[in-house]
Ligand binder design. Structure first.
Ligand code: FES
Length: 177
């Protein structure tokens, strides 16, 4: 168990917001995942103890919600929306191209550990599909015909020390890190 001191402080502050400690389960799990990148059994035992439930009850929460991960992701976590609006605008073709370009089957992490590629349900930007989320950044109108260039930009970001320091602009094919 190696959570950062700031995480431990935030955890106590979160629990204090709820009349019943167990109600803090979801925000605490988000906090732990943000710190570690995924949630281990040890993490679940820690959360369980903090909120007064059993580790099995925490596991039930973790395994129910798809946003919680129990294994590490690649260095870039790529989520392609497959819900109706994005699907009609080509998210399935986009996914197929990304699988080839990134050498990463959907639902898996690439053998080099660089990419995790997933289909996800609606991420609430339905008018601008196909929508792709890469780590914390959202990309709109990622057309299947631009998939290779988009994948190249993701690959290049692995060597960009500025990655993640500013938000991308909508409708620009350019990778802004
Ligand atoms: S359908 Fe893709 S963001 Fe809503």
């Amino acid at each position: 168990m190696s959570l950062q001191p700031s995480t431990l402080t935030k955890a106590d502050a979160i629990i204090a917001q709820y009349p019943q400690k167990r109600s803090a389960a979801l925000p605490l799990l988000h906090l732990v995942q943000e710190d570690h990148g995924y949630i281990t059994q040890e993490d679940m035992a820690w959360v369980a103890e903090k909120i007064g439930v059993t580790p099995m009850q925490v596991l039930e929460v973790v395994s129910f919600y798809p946003m919680f991960r129990q294994s590490p992701t690649g260095r870039r976590h790529i989520k392609v929306c497959r819900t109706l609006s994005c699907a009609l605008r080509g998210s399935y073709a986009l996914m197929e191209s990304l699988e080839k370009s990134l050498n990463c089957p959907r639902g898996e992490t690439s053998p080099d550990g660089n990419f995790t590629l997933e289909f996800v349900e609606c991420i609430a930007d339905c008018g601008c599909g196909p929508v792709v989320q890469v780590d914390h950044a959202l990309y709109e109108n990622v057309k299947p015909e631009n998939a290779t260039a988009f994948a190249d930009q993701i690959k290049q970001s692995l060597h960009n020390p500025q990655y993640g320091k500013k938000q991308p602009q909508p409708d620009t094919p350019e990778w802004n890190g």
